[in-house]
Design a binder for this molecule. Structure first.
Ligand SMILES: Cc1cc2nc3c(=O)[nH]c(=O)nc-3n(C[C@H](O)[C@H](O)[C@H](O)COP(=O)(O)O)c2cc1C
Length: 220
């Protein structure tokens, strides 16, 4: 069954970026989309540090990303870049792990000062892993994610922006599914076309013809 993988890159137990990720997961759940979650900080640290794929837990986490349909990544900004924890995990992924997968980045920072870090630091790494469709990120400052009554709460504009981003993400998933259905129908081909194609091909072969056979009136 297709699923979206959600990756939390914060080392913190109580984490604003992870709260954004939780909210994104809830929104996907409302739309009936299956989600699998990886909290990178919960993976075995020693194996993660040296990308030891003989470690079952790490290997399974990497495989879950590889087999996902799409990815949502949440990270805090650290020293004007995304978290080192996230980088270590991304480094352990195979080269084309994000090929054909839409990616939505979510991030939190102390202020807007380093907002562009997602563009100059994270995006090239995603591209090197094969990601071709990176959606517009959702960025929140510490003031946008406040601790209230024992839990984090998103400020209304960020909550709305996140909901918009999830709508766009779901639309991309639906478009991709539609394209896959279209392609698999085109590959199988409508029955009359296949019969005609086979009959006419046989005739051409019988006449000793070679080359590409095109039937212009066929619609896919
Ligand atoms: C070590 C460290 C470095 C940080 N560096 C930056 C930074 O360069 N730019 C920034 O905007 N915020 C920076 N911050 C603030 C965090 O990005 C911010 O608190 C964020 O919300 C933390 O996300 P989390 O709660 O998901 O871990 C830094 C925080 C820490 C602990």
């Amino acid at each position: 069954m297709p699923y979206v993988i959600t990756l939390s890159g914060s080392p913190a137990d109580r984490s604003r970026s992870t709260h954004m990720l939780n909210t994104a997961e809830a929104l996907l759940g409302e739309r009936g989309i299956a989600v699998r979650r990886i909290d990178i900080r919960k993976l075995p640290a020693a194996a993660l540090m040296v990308a030891d794929t003989s470690n079952v837990q790490l290997r399974e986490a990497l495989e879950v990303v590889e087999h996902a349909q799409a990815v949502i990544i949440a990270t805090p900004l650290y020293k004007s870049a995304y978290s080192g924890l996230l980088k270590i995990f991304l480094d352990a992924l195979p080269q084309a792990a994000l090929a054909q997968k839409p990616v939505l980045p979510l991030a939190t920072g102390g202020s807007l000062a380093h907002l562009l870090a997602l563009d100059y630091a994270l995006k090239p790494v995603l591209a090197s892993l094969g990601a071709q469709h990176v959606l517009s990120n959702v960025f929140a400052t510490e003031q946008d994610v406040v601790w209230r009554d024992d839990r984090y709460v998103l400020a209304e504009p960020i909550a709305a922006r996140l909901a918009e981003a999830i709508d766009a993400f779901v639309q991309v998933l639906e478009d991709a599914a539609e394209l896959r259905r279209f392609r698999s129908n085109a590959l199988v081909g409508p029955r009359p076309f296949r019969r005609t194609h086979a009959r006419q091909s046989e005739q051409l072969v019988g006449q000793g013809s070679v080359g590409v056979f095109i039937q212009p009136e066929t619609t896919y």
